[in-house]
Design a protein around this ligand. Structure first.
Ligand code: PEP
Length: 256
């Protein structure tokens, strides 16, 4: 992961209201600044609920905090009669640099298909937002097909018609590892990350594959982040539960 900037992303899921979000981001920025002597120059981003984004934007922009932010989902459509949906145009106006797309909770609980995920990747890119595209196999997939087959197929489907010159972040999140306390081993994460990088090379080219950041997600915490970061194809982490604890999350951002 030499030439790629490490990326530590916190997916808050449906936690922290807009006031809690402001307090959290302030403390996080403080904690990262405090740790400057050994801070590993990772890019750090938080993914709050939609209703927090304006508050986070105001804080981050006014105080030029070294924290990026993004949304947890985006509509495949740009505007119109889609009650309850949020357009990429709105997210772009709020300064979102990133958006999580295809998280396993969206795929499972909201029945998002590979085709939906693909349309959302295209929508994000239309508005200049970098997708953090999540792929990963369930325990049953792992048993039946091994670790790589399902994430590789999900990635191929998500990249249909996508412009390879636009930045994309990929998060490999084995579903069995999310929120379970049972992380993949660094070797397992590396194996799938390498396979996913191979898909990017095949669909686009080697240069794009070399530039694309691939994260691991699933029960990442301060105690295991360093081992993942040592893997050559793992460029960072998408963190759920542990991203809600400032000390834990800023330790993860320092890989320690
Ligand atoms: C996630 O939901 O993206 C995730 C990785 O969760 P956790 O870190 O809690 O396993």
């Amino acid at each position: 992961a030499v030439a790629r900037t490490p990326f530590i992303a916190g997916n808050w899921k449906m936690n922290l209201d807009h006031l809690q979000a402001i307090a959290f981001v302030q403390k996080l920025a403080w904690s990262l600044a405090d740790a400057k002597h050994d801070f590993a120059d990772a890019e750090v981003a938080v993914f709050p609920p939609f209703t927090d984004l304006r508050s986070v934007q105001t804080l981050v922009v006014a105080d030029t905090l070294p924290v990026a932010y993004g949304a947890q989902d985006v509509s495949a459509h740009d505007s119109g009669a889609y009650t309850g949906e949020i357009s990429g145009a709105f997210l772009a106006q709020l300064g979102c640099r990133y958006v999580i797309i295809g998280h396993s909770e969206r795929r499972t609980l909201h029945h998002e298909t590979d085709a939906d995920v693909n349309r959302k990747v295209l929508a994000a890119q239309r508005h200049g937002i970098v997708p953090v595209l999540c792929v990963g196999e369930t325990a049953e997939d792992l048993e039946a097909h091994g670790a790589s087959a399902v994430p590789v197929a999900q990635l191929r489907a998500a990249l249909e018609g996508v412009d390879g010159s636009k930045e994309l972040v990929i998060a490999y999140e084995p579903v069995w590892a999310i929120g379970s306390g049972q992380a993949a081993t660094p070797a397992q994460a590396e194996q799938v990350a390498a396979a996913l990088r191979g898909v990017v090379a095949e669909v686009f080219d080697d240069e794009t594959a070399k530039a694309t950041r691939i994260l691991y997600g699933g029960s990442v915490k301060a105690a295991n982040i360093a081992a993942f970061m040592r893997e050559p194809n793992v460029d960072g982490a998408l963190v759920g539960g542990a991203s809600l604890d400032i000390d834990e999350f800023s330790s993860i951002a320092r890989f320690s």
